[in-house]
Design a protein around this ligand. Structure first.
Ligand SMILES: [Zn+2]
Length: 292
């Protein structure tokens, strides 16, 4: 039996200049309309600064029953922010999104899944700011971020926060994400079906996507934190994304992640300080070498 899949969207505007045409309302409305027809509620992780530009969209998301969660104040990976700015921006993003949506916010997703060994201090910040859960770990190595060795099923950090890692599948000898982003647009559908069919019973499955993935006609530009190749991949098969997301949710759709997390109990604790997957940050490695 295929486990339920929760819809999640990362609401972000990747335009590099305000002079570019804004298409985020059009693209977001396409997926919100379809979810409303299917009577599906999910979790929308919002970049606070982008959400503030579209208050009517935030109101519509809330009216449709979607959970609003944080995807940063701006769309900047955590390692580029550093700890003081991450703390300050995360507090600000949570407060701003609570004001805009009228919801109490409990969920966080790092831009580009950028909680990795070197930024594990971010979990301390999330606990201090009052989040209940995070959805920020990609438990495999990728060209960008990823933390191989972390559990692939939900777990609890020592700080008490629940982590709902990105679903992955073993295929042709490698373990890869399959329910979102470029992986969902590029890989054949059989990979997705296999992932859902073979998922561990204790998994929490969720799709992840972005407004721009429902906008095949957007003129091409190079993303700020991407480069030409990554940006080019962002335009592949946008025309097929809506149908693929819908296919993933059709068998059984799960509720917003906040409700999923409320129903979880007896989760294993993952302590990165006691794990063999721990990476010593570069600075630390150099310091120890100098000490030796
Ligand atoms: Zn993002």
């Amino acid at each position: 039996m295929v486990p339920p899949v929760t819809f999640t969207l990362d609401f972000e505007d990747l335009r590099t200049s305000p002079t570019q045409e804004s298409r985020i309302e059009y693209a977001t409305s396409r997926i919100l309309d379809r979810l409303a027809e299917l009577d599906i509620r999910g979790t929308i992780f919002c970049v606070a600064e982008d959400a503030a530009q579209e208050p009517q969209l935030l109101r519509r998301m809330t009216e449709l029953g979607h959970e609003i969660a944080v995807h940063g104040f701006q769309h900047i990976p955590i390692d580029l922010l550093g700890q003081p700015r991450f703390s300050e921006q995360t507090i600000r993003a949570k407060e701003m999104l609570e004001d805009l949506s009228g919801q109490e916010i409990s969920g966080f997703r790092a831009p580009q899944f950028s909680i990795v060994p070197e930024t594990r201090w971010a979990v301390d910040v999330l606990a201090e700011v009052g989040f209940t859960y995070s959805s920020s770990i990609l438990p495999v190595a990728t060209l960008m971020y990823g933390w191989p060795g972390t559990p692939t099923t939900p777990f609890r950090w020592p700080q008490g926060i629940v982590e709902i890692p990105c679903p992955v599948v073993r295929f042709m000898g490698v373990t890869i994400p399959y329910l979102g982003g470029a992986y969902m647009r590029v890989l054949p559908s059989l990979v997705r079906r296999r992932g859902m069919r073979t998922a561990d019973p204790s998994s929490v499955l969720w799709t992840y996507c972005h407004p721009w993935e429902f906008d095949p006609d957007e003129p091409f530009y190079v993303y700020e934190h991407g480069g030409w190749l990554v940006s080019r991949i962002g335009w592949i098969n946008r025309g097929g994304m809506l149908a693929r997301v819908e296919q993933s949710l059709r068998a059984a759709s799960g509720p917003p992640l906040r409700e999923v997390v409320a129903g979880l109990s007896d989760l294993p604790v993952f302590d990165p300080e006691g794990s063999s997957s721990r990476h010593v940050p570069l600075q630390g490695r150099l310091r120890r070498k100098a000490d030796a």
